[in-house]
Write a protein that binds this ligand. Sequence first.
Ligand code: DX5
Ligand code: ZN
Length: 220
Amino acid sequence: MTVALAPSILSADFARLGAHAGEAEAAGADRLHVDVMDGQFVPNITIGPVVVRALRRVTRLPLEVHLMIVDADRWLDAFADAGADGLTVHVEGANHLHRTVEHIHRLGKRAGVALNPATPASALEEIVHDADLILAMTVNPGFGGQSFIAGTLPKIRRIRALLDRVRPACELEVDGGIHAETALLAVDAGARVLVAGSAVFEDPGGVAAGMEKLRRNLGG
Ligand code: DX5
Ligand code: ZN
């Protein structure tokens, strides 16, 4: 079983973002997770396409852009143009999710569909056939460093079962409160891609140590 690690740059030092991204790449990160927040969909504001463009120049890792914004459709082209490899949109913010996913595919990018903790797995039933990645939030989006919501685990199992049944090629990713112990719970429930922000970029031993702790617990 392969589990991919996607460090979230939200917890990186933005004054030395390139160096931090480089450390994650050197430590074996599989992709970089980029959290985009607009102060409306979530109560925080982070970054825009300009930062994605800057990151694109300094890393070879795939950039997955997690859009926590209202009206994500308006911004898909800009993030694609800036160098995103994948664009993930929330079920809760999309009026025409199928159209949005088609738009992402037309841009030649991987389409991710994200679910907040209170949104049921059943919300995926009609869109799962078109998605490349499902992102199950294990915290309420908005901030790094929050505690993992264990109540999301049964839902992660239900999503795993749905994907196994109808779309095994679609990835299942979890995001929020992932550290060595919760990584194990999420993988046991069926996640195969782990987003981790504070566990990677705020480990006292550095980025490589943070990644190693996550991996060691997974036995691989
Ligand atoms: C939360 C973001 C996450 C966040 C995770 O809204 O979507 O990607 O960076 O941070 P940690 O791993 O610290 O919970
Ligand atoms: Zn995220």
